[in-house]
Design a protein around this ligand. Structure first.
Ligand code: NAP
Length: 503
């Protein structure tokens, strides 16, 4: 089995983890490492990871470039078999890896194991997708010409991922990249490198040739920046914040690279007066509080028809206050910590700002540091009422367990409020009225739309991505992934002339 831990371990423990470059596990040449700590308990050191830099990034791109022609030439069936085997290996370790994911990211154990299972499903899906038709056959003006298109891989691609889905997002980028014949340099988020490394481990063990997939851990400046600037990297698939996405638009476009961005959201759930209120409350709680509100698709605005706004807010606030917040490894916990102490600081500042902007705090809003939560990054599930749609809370992604209720007169006003943000990732409507549901689907500016379910639901075999500032007009997952990770080639094949003259 490929070993991710490295011989450079200096304290005799096995929790030092290396880069994976050109088929071998290697420490950073400087010998430097960085720490990964459990956000529920800062005393718990999850591991030390290679603090790499430009040298390791260059070596990873060298290895990926060298492996590219061979990987493109092997059959799609052979590539599919490796992905399929990796899925089986990951599935066999899903409990253990899901537990590690919870330890490093802080989502509940159920969510950590669930996310690992989702990565298994994604690997299986792309094992199948690799074997699907990848071009089209056309009639030609010349009836004897064979005219068709094929999709070629881009070559070397760079994959840069955030910490909030530390195994599913890497899987949904890396699996299609490999399935369609690209080689990969993967830079995971520095806050959650272990889940990323486990994914690489199973893919390596499944038989990927050396250089086809390379993992380089390290900071945005030391690894991310040289990766996006390397002209040999034909495509960059990035998921993360809007601020970083904006800088990549310039850096990657300037050097002529292909870029895919999946960014933030400010996702609305519109609740109409005819909706089943208890169902709407349960779905808004799930959408806003699961994963501690740290999902790009999290519900952060509940836009509620005035006739039911008070009743809805009362029930929402009671449900939020009843959530059990604590160690995510415990079975009874319903909400874990934020990713780290800085995130608690930032979201607490946003809560203060919402209060001073005139929103009414009806639940939470405070740090939790008692009952075993002393060393964790805990914040109470927070609900605001009477939120001004133009305020900071009404407009900006907080990325924490905070939802604001915005009362509106009717669905028309609800849609106008829902659409008046720069984001457009996901949206929900709760109603029993089919005509209003159809109007909503037509008019809402969001890439993922739900009727009577939470904004965060997303299945892995269908396209995923946002409109407006939430994306770069591309989509990930399902069949849509082929569009980014390949390019079209048009082929004309004519028979040679019937009589051959070689003089
Ligand atoms: P982030 O700070 O933008 O970081 C994302 C990744 O980019 C990390 O690996 C980071 O490295 C790296 N990075 C940062 N600056 C870079 C640069 N200049 N060049 C190259 N790489 C760079 O985002 P985050 O805090 O991890 O994630 C939260 C954000 O992601 C939220 O806005 C959320 O909505 C969004 N998100 C979107 C989706 C979606 O599909 N639309 C899904 C999940 C999350 P380090 O970790 O080393 O800093």
């Amino acid at each position: 089995m490929a070993q991710a831990t490295t011989a450079t371990s200096r304290d005799g423990t096995d929790n030092h983890f290396a880069n994976y470059i050109g088929g071998s596990w290697r420490a950073a040449s400087s010998g430097g490492t960085f720490e990964n700590r459990n956000p529920a308990n800062s005393d718990d050191l999850v591991g030390r990871f290679a603090a790499s830099g430009a040298e390791e990034t260059r070596a990873a791109v060298d290895a990926a470039a060298e492996a590219a022609a061979g990987w493109q030439r092997i059959s799609a069936i052979a590539r599919a078999n490796i992905l399929h085997k990796a899925a089986n290996l990951l599935e066999a370790r899903a409990q253990e890896i899901g537990r590690e994911l919870t330890r490093e990211e802080g989502k509940t154990l159920k969510e950590g194991i669930g996310e690992t299972g989702r990565a298994v499903q994604i690997l299986r899906y792309y094992a199948g997708e690799a074997q699907q038709p990848s071009g089209e056959h056309y009639p030609s003006m010349n009836p004897r010409t064979l005219l068709y298109t094929v999709r070629d891989p881009l070559g070397v691609v760079g994959i840069i991922t955030p910490w909030n889905f530390p195994i599913a997002i890497p899987a949904w980028k890396i699996a299609p990249a490999l399935a369609f014949g690209n080689t990969v340099v993967f830079k995971p988020a520095s806050l959650t490198p272990l889940s990323a490394l486990r994914l690489v481990e199973v893919l390596a063990e499944a038989g990927l040739p050396p250089g086809v997939l390379n993992l380089v851990t390290g900071s945005a400046a030391d690894v991310g920046d040289p990766l996006v600037r390397d002209e040999r990297v034909a495509g960059i698939s990035f998921t993360g914040s809007n601020a970083v996405g904006a800088s990549l638009r310039i850096t990657v476009a300037e050097r002529g690279g292909k870029l895919q961005l999946e960014l933030g959201g400010k996702n609305p759930a519109i609740v109409l007066a005819d909706a089943d209120l208890d169902h709407a409350v349960a779905q808004v709680i799930a959408g806003s509080m699961m994963s501690t509100g740290q999902k790009c698709t999290a519900t952060s605005r509940a836009i509620v028809e005035r006739a039911v706004a008070d009743r809805f807010t009362e029930r929402l606030s009671a449900a939020a206050s009843a959530l059990k917040v604590g160690d995510p490894l415990r079975d009874e916990t319903q909400m874990g910590p934020l990713i780290n102490a800085e995130a608690v600081e930032r979201v607490s500042g946003d809560v203060d700002r919402a209060k001073s902007d005139g929103a009414q705090l009806v639940a939470g809003g405070t740090r939790l540091a008692d009952n075993g939560r002393e060393k964790g990054a805990f914040l109470a599930p927070t609900v605001f009422a009477e939120v001004d749609p133009d305020s900071h809370l009404g407009q900006e992604e907080l990325f924490g367990p905070v939802v604001g209720v915005i009362p509106v007169d009717d669905i028309e006003q609800g849609l106008a409020v829902a659409n008046q943000v720069r984001f457009g990732l996901s949206a929900s409507l709760f109603t029993r009225d089919l005509a209003k549901a159809l109007d909503f689907v037509q008019q809402i500016q969001a890439g993922v739309v739900h009727v009577n379910s939470e904004t965060a639901g997303a299945e892995p075999h269908v396209p995923f991505g946002g409109m407006k500032g939430s994306s770069s007009y591309s989509r990930e997952q399902g069949k849509a992934a082929r569009e980014f990770f390949t390019q079209s080639k048009t082929v004309y094949i004519d028979p040679p002339p019937a009589s051959v003259s070689n003089n």
